[in-house]
Design a protein around this ligand. Sequence first.
Ligand code: UD1
Length: 472
Amino acid sequence: MAHLSSVAVVVLAAGKGTRLRVATAKPLLSIHGQKLIDFPLQAGQVWAKDNQVAVDTFVVLGHQRETVQAYLQSRYSNLNYVIQTEQRGTGDAVKAYLAQNAAAATYAWTLIMCADTPLITPGVLAQLAQAALSRGEAVAATFMVDYPTGYGRIVRQGAGITAGSFKIVEEKDASAEQKQIKEVNAGLYLVPTAVLIERLAKVDDQNKAHEFYLTDIFTGTAGQAILIKDGATLLAGVHDMAQLSLADRELRLAKIKALQAQGVQIIDPASTYIEEEVSVAPECIIHPGVHLEGKTKIGKGTIIETGSILKNMLVEDNVVIKAYCYLEDSQICATAQVGPFAHLRPHSVVGPQAKVGNFVELKKATLREGAKVSHLSYVGDAEIGRRTNIGCGFITCNYDGANKHFTKIGDDCFIGSDSQMIAPVEIGDQCFVASGSTINKSMPANSFAISRGRQQTREGEADHFRAKKIDK
Ligand code: UD1
């Protein structure tokens, strides 16, 4: 298939997004584990790669430009930036791009996208490119919508419109009759750069909004308005919080469908949240109310029960994560079991076949193969050896108020319930610690420790104590 020669991708991201009523810059709103602007940028990059189109990408910044640029620079190394000092409309934004990029005219085509259309796909861009190639003319993407309020209307017939042309009339400037039109402008254009330069030079701000409308480049010129199938979803803009949540939901459901197609069992898609960069291997079962976030990776055959939240987790094959766990920045090795109600804080490792039970918190702790911490424990800055069993209610006292200290427990140890280790302390292999002990001295391998008050049992004295209580 023929493909476009060089293309400049211009992403408009200077606007304020007033209707959102938040201080956060609109391109940086969080959605589906990323930011709003990531989605059009990535769609552009994937489209260019899949179709072998040479592109350079330019982002037009304005409102909160330093913050937006800092974010983009932290994620992408191949973007160029343009500044629109005053937000005087989409036409003005593209004028700023042309003025600040001496090489703008050298690209055969200019693809203009808005930063606030997160559902856009490489497929939509391919449709645009195909239309552009077929006639060599400027293309604007359109879609049909039941409630067109706020969008520019596509006027295909009327004064000044000849065969093969159309015009876009903004809401503010539309007549009552034009407002009835349900075909609207998506804000996505592919234009021969020479045409863009020539037409934009003629665009003024003589309209109700006193803005430079980019859309005016189509008035009185040969161009194509192409209707995108499912455009009302794929090209929906985000202008308020309600639209943001709708777009988020669409992205989420698309991700879930893609995982289902690869053999992941997701019991209730409506209540499952799996962010874009997460990967889940086949034969996993994801129960309702699970959140998989960030760069989480889940291995084959793993089961994640209701209500568990995983952020940037590496989970290997055949792990069972029981209900209501909060797990972040840690690793769970194959066939381990975690939960219910477990908390893994960053830099923890649950080894192969190890077990972390209910109401257990791990922080910077490693459980080696087959180690068990089954109930009500805190293990921080610690390493627990292979097959070691930690009883109920165990605590590593790792913090002295100023510094954190390390606890190391060897292989095949038995640590009785209700014990504490006052770090730093090192327990050798095959040690035995009696229940209720407070250990503050290291133990060599194969030793036994008991450290608790001696029990006194005075027969027949219970009645005496009860009587004392009643007297009071
Ligand atoms: C624009 C179109 C309208 C279309 C709608 C689709 C114009 C004149 N109108 O509406 O026909 O139906 O998009 O959503 O183009 N921006 C800048 N600088 C500015 C103004 C806007 O960079 O001075 C950016 C915004 O950050 C945003 C995009 O342009 O990413 C669209 O801006 P927005 O204000 O949402 O669009 P409208 O002009 O209302």
